[in-house]
Ligand binder design. Structure first.
Ligand code: HEM
Length: 280
């Protein structure tokens, strides 16, 4: 990579991290958004009123990300999943899921770089995001490995059922919840099984972090609530009346999100799964 390009990327990263830190500080000193007010009032989904769900039809483009597919299924992203501007993805993820602007710029920019496209001017089809070992990786919690199913837009229901069956928590309102420990346990199982059975298995440190980041959205943006997680992951639909559980005024920042991601990733232990298997 030419020196100038690397320097520009480093500068951009430092800029985003400083911006993220300032949003985190603002969140610390400002009250959270009130229930019913988390999605901005002019955006689809305001007050829990989401546009109609229409399942994808033949020829529509979908990807390995259930949450982006859900946005397309409700027409918040283009329903055919095609010719989406990266900047449109930024805007839509910001308003629909209440991730902070920093995350909403960082991830689509990362995707644009991976696809060798220009973040500001280019478009993509959702299926392009499923490029193997780009952001997509082995041992996912909702998809079979690409070796077994090249169509990464397809959910593998037995994995989702097994994940939901791990839920051991309850929130104050009595909703059954996935906890970080539950997600770590199921991730350990998936990684150990994929490593043992998939001859093409790979999982770099970066992809481990992507895996834990993706699954941590279930704990933060969805608050771990099994009833909601089930609808999002199995049907790629936004439940009626749903709103993001992260209510920070500036959205969930990368810094705040990392607390959950690291908790999940650090407790993943493939060895423990293997020795449990030995004990049985
Ligand atoms: C901002 C742009 C985003 C991009 C480019 C993106 C991309 C991806 C990709 C490529 C995967 C497949 C990873 C794998 O192989 O397991 C994925 C999975 C996933 N993403 Fe996203 N995503 C984005 C936003 C989000 C948001 C906002 C959420 C939550 C609100 C989310 C939640 C998930 C979940 C739960 C999975 C499934 C993980 C699994 O199967 O293990 N993503 N995403």
């Amino acid at each position: 990579m030419p020196l100038l390009e690397s320097a520009a990327k480093l500068f951009r990263l430092v800029y985003i991290l400083c911006w993220d830190l300032s949003l985190t500080l603002v969140n610390l000193v400002t009250p959270s958004l009130k229930p019913g007010r988390i999605v901005p009032h002019e955006s689809p989904g305001a007050g829990g009123k989401w546009p109609e769900f229409v399942p994808p039809k033949e020829g529509d483009s979908r990807c390995a990300c259930p949450m982006l597919n859900a946005l397309a299924n409700h027409g918040i992203l283009p329903h055919d999943g095609r010719n989406i501007r990266f900047t449109e993805l930024t805007q839509t993820v910001r308003t629909s899921y209440n991730f902070a602007s920093t995350f909403c710029v960082f991830v689509p920019r990362y995707a644009a770089d991976l696809l060798l496209k220009n973040y500001k001017t280019d478009t993509f089809d959702l299926a392009e995001l499923s490029q193997h070992n780009g952001i997509e990786h082995d041992a996912s919690l909702t998809r079979q490995d690409a070796e077994y199913d090249p169509d990464q837009s397809r959910v593998h229901l037995p994995f989702v059922n097994a994940l939901l069956a791990c839920a051991s928590g309850k929130d104050r309102a009595g909703h059954v919840r996935l906890t970080p420990a539950d997600v770590s346990r199921y991730s350990s199982t998936r990684r150990a099984a994929a490593r043992a059975t998939n001859p093409a298995f790979t999982l770099s440190r970066t992809h481990k972090m992507f895996g834990s980041s993706n699954s941590s959205t279930l704990l933060t943006i969805l608050g771990g609530r099994v009833a909601d997680v089930e609808v999002f992951l199995k049907e790629e639909r936004i439940p009626a009346g749903w709103e993001p559980r992260a209510a920070h005024r500036m959205g969930l920042t990368m810094l705040a999100f990392q607390r959950t991601v690291l908790k999940v990733e650090c407790a993943i232990d493939e060895g423990a799964v293997l020795s449990e298997g030995d004990a049985e």
